[in-house]
Design a protein around this ligand. Sequence first.
Ligand SMILES: Cc1cc2nc3c(=O)[nH]c(=O)nc-3n(C[C@H](O)[C@H](O)[C@H](O)COP(=O)(O)OP(=O)(O)OC[C@H]3O[C@@H](n4cnc5c(N)ncnc54)[C@H](O)[C@@H]3O)c2cc1C
Length: 301
Amino acid sequence: MPLSPEQQAEIDALRAEPMPTLRATVPGIEAHLYKAVPLLDHGFVRVIDYMGDDSAICQAARVSYGKGTKSVQNDEGLIRYLMRHWHSTPFEMCELKLHVKLPVFVARQWIRHRTANVNEYSARYSILDREFYIPEPDALAAQSAINNQGRGEALQGEEAARVLEWLKTDAMRSYDHYAEMISQDGQQGLARELARMNLPANIYTQWYWKVDLHNLFHFLRLRADSHAQYEIRVYADEICKLVADWVPFAYKAFEDYRLGAVTMSAQMVDCLRRMLAGEEVTEENCEMSKREFREFKAMLG
Ligand SMILES: Cc1cc2nc3c(=O)[nH]c(=O)nc-3n(C[C@H](O)[C@H](O)[C@H](O)COP(=O)(O)OP(=O)(O)OC[C@H]3O[C@@H](n4cnc5c(N)ncnc54)[C@H](O)[C@@H]3O)c2cc1C
């Protein structure tokens, strides 16, 4: 269970005390504030705070004094123009602060995104919980035969059972030794900062993660993509839903011009033009590598 009854009570108490403010607020994201959305087996994501809304992007772009809104259509049109033409700084005026609980191996991928502010739970100071990510049977996949950085079909039968058993028993044995090493019951007790090195990468950690909307979109573009590992993608997919409720115009523009868009090289554009003119473009006459041509064909569906 991701939250204890005490933690849930703290969240309920926070949500029970709304405060008036002159700042921009968005009902869509207010509805999510503080609530934990469960992810994987013990993880969650929850919104702690946010700054700005769709009109804050337009305000910044227009450097206006008031709300800056000429009309809702104007705002949406401007946001789409900004996104389409990579005018990124107005999107940096919006910020999102999340509390995320995630397995350490997912955190290692996540932390590569350097343009956020992070504060992680200290395993030097505190004792980690006995919580490990154990994949659901359909996520317990075999190595992909075509992609070294991917997975294929789910493991089956005896192999699946054996792998699952090892994942569970290895995690429990490591944690038992961790707990014994730090115990001060009749012994000195190893420092927490050292004992943690015995723990596997599927143990859960937590952090506060604050990022501006431009860099959040960059993160989501990479991590909500089908090439991203499933375990980080479930977090990215959930954050996409939160962002859609927070800044709906910006999110729609992101979906249209980033998430669902493709980037074509000069050679690809040339080939597309030739195809539209009726020419048969092949791997031999496309002036692209075999792989790039395959990607080009995939883009065209
Ligand atoms: C599917 C997938 C597979 C991956 N595989 C691997 C792998 O095998 N090995 C591996 O090491 N990584 C891997 N990565 C991580 C990847 O290479 C990036 O490190 C990660 O996605 C963060 O991207 P970023 O640097 O663009 O993001 P951020 O760090 O958030 O930066 C955002 C942007 O800010 C700018 N920026 C930030 N910091 C700097 C800086 N110091 N100097 C210049 N510009 C900066 C860049 O324009 C950057 O694109 C993988 C990522 C994905 C999505």
